[in-house]
Design a protein around this ligand. Structure first.
Ligand code: SF4
Length: 233
């Protein structure tokens, strides 16, 4: 567990790096992260694509890639996870919620995601991630400023006060075109649903295809007044 002194040091480190690395490339940011944190660094991935995992594996071969298996994923997402583990130089770690979907249905009633998606996300995403990140000092996300208005101010490096970890978003300044170019140049794995009308891939009951002109994340929790699962807020 991070000590109080360690927390202060990590916060100062993150604040300095956030300033110093704002204009750095994704590779430069991840090289700094690998040299600073070593095996106390992990990547979190929704398995929408493996771009950040690919970038991170070049900076730190064998890096842990943390995936949250909510029990509600599309089969294509689980297949992407398995393919990432099979072909990339990473160590995929799958985190699961305390309750299975059947246990949650029995305790809270079926389709909690329709009635109280914040509670469902808190139990199936946020709590397992919070516990899983205890093993690390820093975590890497794939957040981008162009994904939605709520992500427009994402720093490349910041201190995550809630978890007391350094939070690194090396592709924060990238555009959708940058991602597509990187995927094409490096043959990076992507979730097949991205080729089937989805702009962002989350749990099946809470994800729909995009309509023309929508933000990439508009298909998540559509019509439920919710834009984030709580991991990044
Ligand atoms: Fe539940 Fe939907 Fe959140 Fe998945 S995205 S954890 S199904 S509310």
């Amino acid at each position: 567990m991070t000590t109080a002194t360690g927390t202060d040091a990590l916060r100062a480190l993150a604040q300095g790096a956030g300033r110093d690395l704002e204009e750095a490339s994704a590779s430069e940011i991840l090289t700094w992260a690998a040299e600073t944190f070593g095996r106390r660094l992990c990547v979190t991935s929704s398995m929408e694509d493996a771009v950040v995992a690919h970038l991170a594996s070049r900076a730190l071969p064998g890096i842990d890639v943390v995936f949250l298996d909510t029990g509600y994923h599309f089969p294509e997402t689980i297949g992407t996870r398995d393919a990432v583990q099979a072909v990339m130089d990473v160590n995929v770690i799958t985190l699961t919620p305390r309750l299975s979907v059947a246990e949650q249905d029995a305790e809270y009633g079926p389709r909690l995601h329709d009635r109280d998606p914040d509670l469902c996300c808190a139990m199936r995403k946020v709590a397992p991630l919070d516990a899983g990140l205890e093993n690390y000092d820093a975590w890497v996300t794939g957040l981008r400023r162009d994904e939605s208005p709520t992500r427009a101010n994402t720093p490349v490096v910041a201190f995550d006060e809630k978890r007391r970890k350094v939070k690194i978003s090396p592709i924060a300044r990238w555009t959708q075109e940058d991602v597509e170019q990187y995927v094409a140049e490096h043959g990076v794995l992507t979730n097949p649903l991205l080729m089937d009308g989805y702009g962002s891939v989350g749990c099946a009951p809470c994800t729909r295809r995009l309509l023309a002109g929508e933000d990439t994340r508009a298909g998540r929790w559509s019509g439920r007044g919710k834009t984030e699962c709580g991991i990044h807020t």
